[in-house]
Ligand binder design. Sequence first.
Ligand SMILES: [Zn+2]
Length: 282
Amino acid sequence: MAVLSRLLKSRHCVFSSILCTIRTFSSSSLISRTHLRLSSSSSPSLERNVQWVFLGCPGVGKGTYAGRLTKLLGVPHISTGDLVREELANRGALASQLEKIVNQGHLVSDEIIIDLLSKRLEAGESRGESGFILDGFPRTIRQAEILEGVTDIDLVINLKLREEALLAKCLGRRICSECGGNYNIACIDIKGENGSPGMYMAPLLPPSECTNKLITRSDDIEEVVKERLRVYNEMSLPLEDFYRCRGKLLEFDLPGGIPESWPKLLEALHLDNYNDETSLAA
Ligand SMILES: [Zn+2]
């Protein structure tokens, strides 16, 4: 019932998007608000922790950076894909409905995803959890509007990587056919020219026992990857605008691999004082 009333409450959000074109926020005010939240959450007061969303195209490294930040901030990393898999595995209330949808090859509806997400957030709250980082949700404006009716989002981090690096990264992906390990054989070394900086991303090579067992996913071929990126961009631009005009979007251009990008990301989030063993871990 609580979920339903929140869903209904979210309907008014459609109108707020009309207003947003006249509202602009400077990035400094965005960060100072983030900073305030973080400062207050680390104080002994009962203020909640961060409620962030990670956006970014497939292959950009969302999972990696979201995972590192959740460890650093002590908040759960919530992926809606995992919520669906868990509901099925634990035979939850929606399991049989989900099974039917998945078996028929249909997409799980926004309402079911939001229902699972609300339950997850409520369960977390009752366990004393505070804050979260969402990964893979929302994907559309409609989902973002429904989400607005369920919970507050403080900040949306949009991870971006130069197209040529992204393409090389996707094409370099390899999976070990025996242990299932994920590797990347692409060594990205783009020379800086005409004032634009160069970029280096080291490959993630497999251990010797996997070297001869590497396979490429059948859809990691150039045309398919390009099409995937095109579809993603087409879908995500309106969503980025949705959060931009609410003053919640932080654009972050990845300058390279994890060693260069992680400290810069912490700096952009005013978390450099958190710089600890997480940044040293591989
Ligand atoms: Zn292996």
